[in-house]
Design a protein around this ligand. Structure first.
Ligand SMILES: [Zn+2]
Length: 271
């Protein structure tokens, strides 16, 4: 599932390549992905010009002259800037630009392509309920957000709950908590100011290597190249049985609620 490193990288590439392009035609193969009937969706976006591409949590936000195109890749997928001559075998949506290029979008499982008027983002429930993107927060804002949660909330649940703080998922959470020295089941009430400060830094440090490499290897960029962040770049996530890179203890895979977590029992004690 794409998380901040993949979403931010795609949005950055799209923002370099797409502004100024005019949508001439839209082909919809999976109407269920849309929030409007196909005809209304196309009518809203055809003949608009793309102005800017940004992101919020796991949503890519394409601002056009007449509204937003909002993309959520769900479990993953491809967004390719190509042409009709070089279309991928599988795609669910295609935006033909008047310059002859084409944006082909494929969802591996299911994704969303929503339209909203420029001042209507608050009417899209899945966007309106999102917390702030975690990388947009200053340390003070992050600390305040942590402290306003229920004291009994587990720190892992907080970081993964997109309505509280958006952008982190199951790929990067393990290394983030490891870098912070925090057990995933630690309750918020047990965190000191120093712990929260450490966690803030760990979020940046946990996402930065993949951000710098264009995202994870299992995702492709706007031109079909694989991301440069590989399994070997992961510190402890998905590495049970291997030695911790800091203390050498064996990395463990444990159940935490409905999900699994990877921890170093030496570096991440459950206090
Ligand atoms: Zn360790």
């Amino acid at each position: 599932m794409p998380e901040i490193p993949e979403i931010a990288s795609r949005a950055r590439e799209m923002n370099q390549a797409l502004p100024g392009k005019r949508i001439g035609h839209i082909e919809v193969i999976q109407p269920k992905s849309l929030n409007l009937p196909t005809e209304d969706f196309c009518k809203a976006l055809v003949d608009t010009v793309i102005e800017e591409v940004t992101y919020h949590g796991k949503w890519i936000k394409v601002r056009t002259t007449r509204g937003w195109l909002l993309l959520n890749m769900g479990m993953g997928g491809e967004i390719l800037l190509t042409s009709r001559e070089k279309m991928p075998v599988k795609y669910r949506l295609a935006f033909d630009f008047t310059d002859g290029t084409c944006l082909a979008i494929n969802f591996w499982w299911f994704g969303y392509a929503y339209y909203s008027e420029l001042d209507g983002l608050h009417t899209i429930a899945m966007i309106a309920k999102l917390g702030p993107t975690v990388l947009d927060l200053s340390e003070d804002e992050f600390s305040a957000l942590v402290k306003e949660q229920k004291p009994g909330m587990r720190i892992k649940d907080f970081l993964l709950d997109q309505s509280r703080v958006a952008g982190i998922g199951n790929a990067y959470i393990h290394d983030i908590l490891f870098l912070a020295g925090l057990h995933p089941l630690r309750k918020i009430l047990t965190l000191s100011d120093a712990d929260i400060s450490c966690l803030y830094t760990a979020v940046q440090r946990g996402l930065e290597p993949s951000l710098a490499k264009g995202g994870a290897f299992y995702e492709t960029d706007l031109f079909g190249q694989k991301g440069g962040f590989e399994m070997k770049d992961i510190l402890i996530g998905y590495r049970e049985g291997n030695p911790c890179p800091v203390c050498g203890e064996s990395i463990e895979k444990i159940r935490t609620g409905s999900t699994s977590s990877f921890i170093c029992p030496g570096c991440q004690p459950l206090i």
